[in-house]
Design a protein around this ligand. Structure first.
Ligand SMILES: [Zn+2]
Length: 481
């Protein structure tokens, strides 16, 4: 996954010769001393050679590459015609030494764990899963694309973040075309036969969507260990990531955030055009562009890493946070918390020392069989808390720049005792649970200036089940005087 500027210069210098040596190698079928015959597949944008004798895999990789190119251009807001004649060489290597011996992998390129790119060539080590082979070919392809479009891919957080972002896609269910016994020709219509359209920049819904990718394991591990990095520290990652999957994970998550958040999207896309600058100046300029909204971006980062897992989808995480949110006036805030979105902001920030209580009414359908009140149901759980439980998150406006993120302050709002007390008070009948207002007895203390967010505890990929009336809770946030 490395792509270093010095090597880039070298690759340019040997570029012409390089293509030539590659061509000679492929012309000699069945190289003596190398029992594996290299195979070559060529599409509009990629000529891929490999010692892995899987024509169908190579066909998939080249076709996927061609399908990705217009999507990459669209991401950067460029017309498809921009890369009309762009084509690179690629090597998918099982026996890396054989590629070195034949000159297809220059000696100047030091050993790498996954892949390597130059402006005109990519090298990828063969992986166990088809998904991850495709992911790495696309990842290295994005580096080559960045050379072509922008001169280079910027510093590591940007370069690796965008490569990961634009390589991530979902495994497709492919119905292989039956080949005639004498035909060596692989299916030409592989993409047309897939069940899902091939789309980059997608979050995996489950493990089967991205076999071999495994980034969420790292997020969960560091979340459990309270060692998630701050957003600022990701921007300061060194140029050499040395194939560390952790670093790639954070670069990807940051790139996803910056390209999605309304505060940074424009600055992030604009930054690509400065890609030939791989110094700190690149990052300083990006930071200047978003500095005013940095507290919001840092807060979004904390929320993202707290939730990131299979099924995460930005469309459920459009949280209205702003540095111009007003300070809380001390008056109660009424809001609806629905099940079709994750966190909902109260739309204000609360000063240090504020104490809040909550009064909640309403029901939420949490599964096809179960409806919940704000205390949640005790039969099914998500991340250790009852499904349907109304939760509050006190999200400090200031996030640390250095080190790791402090744990999130998330707690329930209404207890089962609160519900029982309300019912026992006789102010309602069992048939009117929808209109029953439950007074929470727990107080939430604000220890530093913070946003206050609310959500219904639901699986990350929860889809609203019933009609609007069953979508959520009506909440009154009451400052305690
Ligand atoms: Zn890379």
């Amino acid at each position: 996954m490395q792509s270093r500027f010095s090597r880039f210069l070298f690759a340019i210098a040997i570029g012409g010769l390089f293509h030539f040596s590659g061509a000679v190698a492929f012309a000699q079928d069945g190289d003596a001393g190398n029992p594996t015959q290299w195979i070559v597949r060529e599409s509009k944008h990629l000529r891929l050679a490999s010692d892995v004798n899987e024509p169908e895999l190579l066909e998939d990789l080249t076709q996927s590459f061609d399908a990705a190119v217009p999507q990459w251009l669209a991401f950067w807001g460029m017309p498809e015609s921009r890369l009309k004649n762009w084509k690179i060489d690629g090597y998918l290597m099982r026996n890396v030494d054989a590629f070195r011996e034949r000159g297809a992998l220059p000696a100047s390129i030091t050993p790498f764990r996954h892949g390597f790119s130059s402006p005109g060539t990519i090298w990828v080590r063969y992986q166990d899963t088809r998904y991850y082979n495709r992911h790495l070919v696309l990842h290295e392809g994005v580096h080559s694309l960045a050379f072509e479009l922008f001169g280079a891919g910027g510093p590591s957080w940007f370069m690796e973040g965008t490569a990961e972002l634009l390589a991530l896609h979902r495994e497709r269910v492919i119905v292989p075309k039956r080949l005639s016994p004498e035909s060596e020709e692989p299916a030409r219509t592989l993409l047309a036969q897939s069940m899902d359209p091939f789309t980059i920049n997608q979050f995996p819904r489950n493990r089967a969507d991205t076999p071999g990718w495994g980034r969420y394991k790292i997020v969960a591990r560091d979340r459990d260990a309270n060692s998630l990095p701050t957003l600022k520290s990701v921007l300061k990652l060194p140029m050499e990531l040395n194939g560390k999957v952790e670093a790639y994970t954070w670069c990807w998550a940051a790139a996803s955030l910056f390209s999605q958040a309304p505060e940074s999207r424009e600055a992030f896309l604009k930054a690509a055009s400065r890609g030939s600058d791989q110094s700190e100046a690149f990052t300083s300029e990006f930071y200047r562009d978003v500095a005013e909204d940095w507290p919001v971006l840092s807060a979004r980062w904390r929320l993202l890493l707290n939730d990131l897992d299979y099924g995460f989808d930005w469309s459920r995480h459009r949280i209205a946070l702003s540095t111009s949110d007003p300070r809380a006036t001390g008056a109660p805030v009424e809001m609806r918390v629905s099940s079709d979105q994750a966190w909902h902001s109260t739309g204000q920030w609360f000063p240090r020392g504020a104490r809040l209580r909550f009064a909640v009414s309403g029901q939420c359908q949490v599964t096809t069989d179960w409806t919940s009140g704000p205390a949640g149901i005790s039969i099914e759980f998500h991340r250790g808390a009852p499904l349907g439980q109304l939760q509050v998150c006190v999200l400090p406006i200031a996030s640390p720049d250095q080190g790791t993120l402090p744990p999130m302050q998330i707690q329930s709002v209404i207890t089962k005792t609160d519900v029982a007390r309300q019912i026992a008070s006789g102010n309602s009948d069992a048939d009117a649970v929808d209109s029953l207002v439950i007074q929470g007895t727990q107080e939430v203390l604000i220890r530093e200036p913070s946003w206050v967010l609310l959500r219904i505890n639901l699986p990350i990929d929860h889809q609203p089940i019933a009609s609007d009336s069953a979508l959520g809770y009506q909440v009154k946030v009451v400052p305690v005087r």
